[in-house]
Design a protein around this ligand. Structure first.
Ligand code: NAD
Length: 307
């Protein structure tokens, strides 16, 4: 049996993710959106790329949820994207209703699925999805850290003129303006960047990472980033479908880890077929911990609106 992945939201992130998924040939893909004709048209267009690119993934586009039944992985990208000058939190109320409906409809038809939330403000939306489905915390988590650390890695590679493959970066906390990039755990060929770059240069890279989403929003004028976000979501889906046991920064419900309880925040987790298979704790210094706690507080106040 081929694996089945449902992507909810056939906009920029969702459709690009569906394309990336089809091109891996790892699963059949169901693309869901409220806009009539859009998921159907994009799914057909993607199916017609198969003969040229050499994939057999079946693609279904739909405005309903029946075709999503029995999915192994569900990714929620449905919602409104940020516009220039708009913070992720401005999206809170509108996207909360959308994510609740998408999670409920899809979760009830695929009760064993792993659910990955992309819609912003992502950490709060992951909380909304978990509440709506009643899934355990191992099977509902959010995409943010993989994207944020990819941005940090890109900027480190640009700064040092090295291959991005030589870089590794660590970003903790909520996926928002309070995210916590950790230079101490970010490396080039295994060497911490704190030994390779001045504090001043590192601070500039950290700042650019924090504003990575906004930088693209202001360039695009309409809409927000989707190439790197869809690539980041794909890495997480692949880790689950292939049971890779890959450690990636994801937004997970903390139940005592890092001294925090009942809040979603980005931490390293081990992803495999069961979803989150380990919640990884690293020892933070006082400054890192203070940044992490600030970030957790920001997510907590967003979640309070959905308690
Ligand atoms: N977590 C991250 O790192 C990250 C990165 C990029 C984007 N995002 C977020 O992802 C979301 C999608 O971004 P995008 O660029 O694809 O936006 P987009 O506007 O291109 O696509 C969103 C799609 O959702 C659909 N939609 C709206 N309500 C729906 C519903 N109830 N059911 C099904 N579909 C529905 C819309 O019709 C649209 O096609 C936004 O909230 C954005 O902020 C998050």
């Amino acid at each position: 049996m081929r694996k089945k992945v449902t992507v909810i939201g056939a906009g920029n992130v969702g459709a690009t993710l569906a394309q990336r998924l089809a091109e891996t040939d790892l699963a059949d893909v169901v693309l869901v959106d409220v806009a009539e004709g859009v998921p159907q048209g994009k799914a057909l267009d993607l199916a017609e790329s198969g003969p040229i690119l050499g994939y057999d993934s079946r693609l279904i586009g739909t405005n309903g949820y029946d075709d999503t039944a029995g999915s192994d992985v569900i990714i929620i990208t449905a919602g409104l994207a940020r516009k220039p000058g708009m913070s992720r939190d401005d999206l809170l109320a509108a996207n909360g209703d959308i994510v609740k409906a998408c999670a409920t409809e899809s979760g009830s038809r695929s009760p064993k699925a792993v659910m990955i939330v992309v819609t912003n403000p992502m950490d709060v939306m992951a909380f909304v999805a978990m509440k709506a489905t009643g899934f355990p915390r191992e099977r509902v988590f959010g995409m943010g850290g993989v994207l944020d650390s990819a941005r940090f890695r890109t900027f480190i590679a640009m700064e040092m003129n090295v291959s991005v493959e030589n870089t590794h970066a660590f970003v903790l906390g909520g996926h928002g303006d309070t995210m916590v990039p950790l230079p101490r755990f970010s490396t080039v060929a295994g060497i911490p960047i704190t030994e390779l770059l001045s504090t001043d240069r590192i601070n500039k890279l950290v700042e650019r990472t924090r504003n990575g989403g906004a930088e693209i929003v202001s360039l695009l004028k309409t809409g927000s980033a989707y190439y790197a976000p869809s690539a980041a979501a794909l890495e997480m889906v692949e880790a689950v479908l292939l049971d890779k046991k890959k450690i990636l920064p994801c937004s997970a419900l903390l139940e005592g880890e890092y001294g925090v309880k009942g809040v979603f925040a980005g931490i390293p987790v081990k992803l495999g077929a069961k979803g989150i298979e380990q919640f990884v704790e690293v020892k933070l210094n006082a400054e890192e911990n203070a940044g992490f706690m600030r970030s957790v507080e920001a997510v907590k106040s967003g979640c309070a609106k959905f308690m």
